[in-house]
Design a protein around this ligand. Structure first.
Ligand SMILES: C[S@@+](CC[C@H](N)C(=O)[O-])C[C@H]1O[C@@H](n2cnc3c(N)ncnc32)[C@H](O)[C@@H]1O
Length: 335
């Protein structure tokens, strides 16, 4: 030990044979149970993996207390590259957006070599496209495009190559979720893998999610089970215009997150809405009038069947130069 290094502290560690080390480390990392402040120790063919909650793991693993040195400051991709790269993290999958293939490979190598947890590095290979809004990705490191993402206490498994997902909407989803009350009936018309439906159900709502993408619906069902809310979640695969009739007049809350074409589905929203209903209507519009087109479309579809009150107009994020992704929270009362 170097003279100025802290003496090793005794910490709970999972003890596994060296061959099972990486598999176990990954499983613990996915569950957020790694103690990243201490080093993994290798001794006599065994690995000792420091964990943050030894008691929680004691029934599944051999957990022992032992000395493990504190980790030195973590090496970042910027330390290795000499500049600050831009990347996003979705659990242990790292997302980059680099057009130059050489730079993309360099960046991926630095991410893998650094101390940030990275099971895979994916480079954007297309825009979001088509009905299912899925992007193509180039897998630069790792073996799978599947990620496990945590958001405000919920966990979402998803395959980026097969479904739409954006971690950038987490704060917006939280804002909407905080309005949800136990017992209410919430319908997400474009549900994806469930990032609205599952936290709604976790607050006690009865939640229905529809998606035209079969893989998204499979993940939604799996994510409902993963988060212990299956009994309050119904997942339906299909075009929402075709499945809506079974839920006529049902919804206390509607989510419409299909920003480029939500206006084409407002007749379906009117069919689904109950006596009183809150509609979260997402739109992408030029920044000189970001809310006007959505509000006019909602009024044209809902009036005079419903009295329409726009309670909130909010910019969610900048989408492109001079284009905003916005949301209208609209309260509807049947006249
Ligand atoms: C922008 S994504 C939003 C997904 C999810 N709400 C989220 O925030 O991650 C839109 C979703 O709508 C689905 N979709 C597109 N057209 C649809 C339709 N006609 N009926 C049902 N779902 C549709 C796509 O497959 C996609 O998963």
């Amino acid at each position: 030990m170097s003279p100025d290094r802290e003496p090793s502290a005794r910490v709970p560690c999972v003890r596994v044979e060296r061959e099972a080390g990486e598999r176990t480390r990954q499983a613990l990392a996915e569950r957020g149970l790694l103690d990243r402040d201490h080093e993994i120790v290798s001794e006599d063919g065994w690995l000792y993996i420091p964990v943050s909650d030894g008691e929680a793991l004691a029934s599944e693993f051999e957990v022992v207390e032992r000395a493990a040195p504190e980790r030195e400051r973590q090496t970042t991709p910027a330390d290795l590259l000499g500049f600050e790269p831009s990347y996003e993290r979705l659990g242990e999958v790292v997302l980059i957006d680099e057009d130059d293939p050489e730079r993309a490979r360099e960046l991926a190598a630095a991410i893998v070599e650094s101390d940030i947890p990275a099971r895979a590095v994916l480079n954007r290979a297309s825009k979001i496209k088509g009905e299912t809004r899925v992007r193509e990705w180039e897998l630069l490191a790792g073996e799978s495009t599947e990620a496990l993402h945590r958001e405000y206490g919920c966990e979402f498994a998803l395959d980026l190559a097969a479904v739409y997902f954006s971690p950038r909407l987490a704060t917006e989803r939280r804002r909407v979720t905080e309005q949800v009350e136990a017992g209410e009936r919430a319908f997400d018309m474009f549900a994806g893998v469930g990032p609205f439906v599952i936290p709604f159900a976790a607050r006690g709502a009865e939640a229905v999610g529809v998606d035209i993408n079969e893989t998204a619906i499979e993940y939604l069902e799996a994510n409902a089970a993963r988060n212990g809310v299956s009994e309050r979640v119904t997942a339906l695969c299909g075009d929402v215009r075709d499945v809506a009739a079974a839920y006529e007049g049902w919804a206390d809350r509607l989510v419409m997150n299909l920003p480029h074409s939500a206006d084409e589905f407002l007749d379906t929203a009117r069919l689904l809405a109950g006596e009183e209903c809150v509609l979260h209507y997402y739109d992408i519009q030029p920044d000189d009038d970001p809310f006007g087109p959505g509000e006019r479309a909602v009024r044209a579809a809902m009036e005079p069947t419903y009295e329409v009150h726009v309670e909130n107009r909010r910019v969610v994020r900048s989408y492109a130069p001079h284009e905003e992704n916005v949301v209208l929270d609209v309260r509807l009362w049947r006249v």
